[in-house]
Design a protein around this ligand. Structure first.
Ligand SMILES: [Ca+2]
Ligand SMILES: [Ca+2]
Length: 524
């Protein structure tokens, strides 16, 4: 674990490998007051690099069904319990009706990739009861993207479940029990149930999809649902539940990966590859709250291993480490640790969802085996640092470290399956976009194999427990109008220009990064 952090710290001070290209003032990002040298503009993207966007069905379509019916899911019930900022998703972005024009807008921006996450309960409301009409809608979406020659990345699990898989109704948060909770109690039946859904979908989509980031942000579910309590069923510090989710989702991935590899035999986009298996991992680097504290440094290392490394280690090496001690040898966990062949080698590439870094404070006894407090809101550690509307620190340097770490540790191709910045004013986001794309180009120039970038999101959408308020869309929605009209943002224009040029020119780079972020109150 400690090695990981040392790698990160080492790379903070590495010189750029492509200094020979220097013709203009070196681009700098600042991390903790220290400049981190990247490449310099123009930042050029290689042929074949994909520029895209992402959206999840639940966040874009809400619970709405044609005929003004609605879907019941663990998340619709969470809404009913008032846990989504008191809001109901309703039509969310109205993507269920406006998908065609939204996809046309992706094409008009010059985007060539689209990550789409299925809403499992929309397609399988109850076990074995599949909704073919809603699946036909999904197929329409996929066909529309393919008609624009947009490459599709399809996610099967993006947190929503049928209510006979998981439901927050009737849960006793004190006893941390629920009548229906197949996620928070280890049972191979969860993976079997998920695999049945995947097996039903695959033959229908294989002619349009080659690339499958199967599960979205497992650690967000583990932490949000069973440790921190913001996601359904809202348990806190439920270590057993957290371990169970880890195992259930890992084996669900393993089964689904095997299905993708056996059932998708169609090369949809003609590049010679019929299917690839990936993931969409929340890349959340932790840095010590007090960098001079050896305890905080060690706490950050433990959190980095728990949140970022243990899951991907399991899906690459097969070693399932549920007590997070760095080894897969504990036999008293449920299931027992060990090397599981069905997990080993179950990723062809790694998808990273990166928004910003967090801090770690050493707190002995908090979270068994981790003994640390994750601190994600910049207001809780240094409000002067640049940040999004959601309090996520803006830090492109940490992104460079994430990419470097992932490339070194797992040695698989990388995609950025999400990246974005909640910004109601759309003032910081162009800067954020340019900074993070420049980091990607710099990392590629260092030899890191990054194949595409999917911005979150194409339109504003329903941001889980935060409801409608966070604005992350390349197209802004006026929710006060019943037609959910879209307006192209400045960020979308900047992104489209970069995608068209396949480069960030020196002029573009300077224009958007010369000024500090408006939330940056640090002194130079
Ligand atoms: Ca292909
Ligand atoms: Ca272990």
């Amino acid at each position: 674990m400690r090695t990981h952090l040392l790698i990160l710290l080492t790379f903070l001070t590495l010189p750029a490998c492509d200094a020979a290209r220097a013709t203009t003032t070196p681009a700098k990002v600042i991390y903790d007051g220290k400049p981190l040298t990247m490449g310099q503009p123009p930042f050029v993207f290689p042929d074949g690099f994909l520029f895209g966007s992402a959206i999840a069905q639940y966040q874009g379509e809400g619970t709405w069904l044609p005929g003004d019916a609605s879907i019941t899911s663990n998340w619709s019930q969470w809404e009913d319990l008032g846990k989504c900022n008191g809001e109901h998703s309703g039509k969310a972005s109205d993507f269920r009706e406006q998908w065609q024009s939204d996809i046309d807008q992706m094409a008009a921006l010059g985007l060539t990739a689209f990550r789409f996450s299925l809403d499992w309960p929309r397609l399988e409301p109850k076990q074995g009861q599949f909704d073919q009409a809603e699946m036909n809608h999904v197929l329409d979406v996929l066909k529309a993207a393919r008609a624009h020659n947009i490459k599709i990345f399809l996610t099967f699990f993006h947190w929503t479940t049928p209510v006979d898989v998981a439901s927050p109704v009737g849960c006793d948060a004190g006893k941390q029990t629920c009548p229906v909770d197949m996620l928070g109690v280890y049972n191979p039946e969860f993976a079997t149930r998920f695999a049945a859904f995947v097996a039903w979908v695959l033959p229908q989509v294989k002619g349009y999809v080659d690339d499958y980031p199967i599960i979205n942000e497992p650690f967000s579910v583990i932490a949000g649902s069973y440790l921190q309590g913001s996601l359904p069923p809202g348990f806190t510090l439920d270590i057993d539940g957290a371990r169970a989710v880890f195992a259930n989702l890992a084996f669900a991935h393993g089964k689904a990966a095997a299905l993708v590899r056996s059932l998708d035999d169609v090369d949809a986009d003609g590049d010679g590859v019929a299917e690839t298996v990936g993931c969409a991992m929340a890349a959340m680097p932790f840095y010590p709250l007090d960098p001079t504290s050896a305890d905080d440094v060690a706490a950050a290392a433990r959190l980095n291993y728990a949140a970022n490394d243990a899951w991907l280690d399991a899906l690459t090496t097969g070693n399932l480490d549920l007590d997070l001690d760095g080894k897969a040898t504990t036999t008293t966990t449920t299931p027992p640790e060990g090397n599981y062949p069905e997990l080993k080698g179950s990723l062809d590439w790694i998808g990273l969802n990166y928004y910003g870094p967090s801090r770690a404070e050493s707190i002995p006894g908090l979270l068994a085996g981790i003994d640390a407090l994750p601190i994600t809101d910049v207001a809780s550690y240094n409000a002067a640092l640049p940040h999004s509307d959601l309090g996520t620190e803006i830090n492109p340097g940490a992104f460079l470290n994430v990419l470097t770490h992932a490339a070194m540790r797992w040695q698989l191709p990388l995609y950025i399956t999400e990246n974005g910045c909640a910004d109601t004013t759309d003032v910081q986001r162009p800067h954020y976009l340019v900074d993070h794309l420049a980091v990607i180009a710099s990392a590629i120039a260092r030899g890191i194999d990054i194949r595409g970038y999917m911005h979150w999101s194409i339109v504003d959408n329903f941001e889980w427990a935060h409801g409608q308020e966070p604005r992350l869309g390349l197209f802004r929605i006026d929710y006060t109008q019943p037609s959910f009209p879209r307006t192209k943002t400045t960020t979308a224009g900047v992104y489209g220009d970069i995608a068209a040029q396949r480069a960030i020119s020196a002029d573009t780079y300077t224009k958007w990064t010369a000024q500090k972020y408006v939330t940056d109150k640090t002194t130079p």
